[in-house]
Design a protein around this ligand. Structure first.
Ligand code: 4FL
Length: 224
């Protein structure tokens, strides 16, 4: 998978280079290109924003640098996503569908009050939101999308395909999990997990998933 991120703040993406994704990056399991939109500005002061026609607060990203930046990375199979509160809210099903459908993602991060509408019209295939709240820009949403999608790329998790869907298969939350010691601050690991009866353990896990979902996210059960 190839991911190009277009942003005014490429330095915000350093966290993607650590931990699981950092190791995958070193092994060339995916390709990450950080592109500074400002590098494409044809303005003599490298300006990338301007006032909003019709008035209103703040500044808008101008179309020219964005358009040229997108065109510089676009390929035949690329899919251009704009992280925006106007998009459908991301969920695990959508993450899986993106991971399975595209080999090349171009992520456009807006800043200030957003981008000129003509870029949406001309270049954007899809808008995606990560939730109903406003941020200072699309950079954190882009990182959320990248992290969630890359978990579906073979070998990113060290080939443990069973781990990929954990927590959201069947719209259920995970059962509680325990490690050593068997007793901590007077709280014991449930006996069923220690008795070695795998059938019983699996039945316990299945029941706990429903209980946890009912307790923490009853809205997921309503959806069926
Ligand atoms: C994008 C919020 C995607 C939630 C400000 C600029 C945003 C956002 N999901 N807020 N972009």
């Amino acid at each position: 998978m190839r991911i190009d991120i277009l942003t005014l703040f490429p330095e915000m993406f350093e966290p993607l280079k650590t931990s699981v994704l950092g190791r995958a990056l070193e092994k060339d399991i995916f390709e990450l290109n950080l592109i500074n939109i400002r590098d494409f500005s044809k303005n003599k002061h490298k300006k990338v924003d301007d006032y909003v026609f019709g008035g209103g607060d703040g500044m808008l990203m101008t179309p020219q640098p964005l358009y040229d930046a997108i065109m510089s990375v676009k390929t035949e199979g690329s899919h251009v996503i704009y992280l925006s509160p106007k998009g459908a809210v991301l969920n695990q099903k959508k993450v899986r569908s993106i991971a399975k459908s595209y080999e090349h993602l171009i992520l456009v991060c807006g800043h200030y009050e957003g981008i000129d509408e003509r870029i949406v019209q001309l270049c954007i295939d899809e808008q995606i939101s990560i939730g109903d709240y406003v941020l200072t820009g699309g950079e954190l949403p882009a990182m959320v999308l990248v992290d969630s999608v890359l978990r579906y790329v073979p070998e990113v998790l060290g080939n443990k395909t069973s781990m990929v869907d954990e927590s959201f298969t069947d719209n259920l939350l995970e059962h509680p999990q325990y490690t050593r010691p068997r007793e901590f601050m007077g709280l014991r690991v449930p006996d069923v997990l220690i008795n070695g009866n795998h059938k019983e353990i699996e039945a316990w896990k299945a029941g706990q998933k429903i209980l946890e979902t009912n307790k923490y996210r009853p809205d997921l059960l309503d959806k069926g």
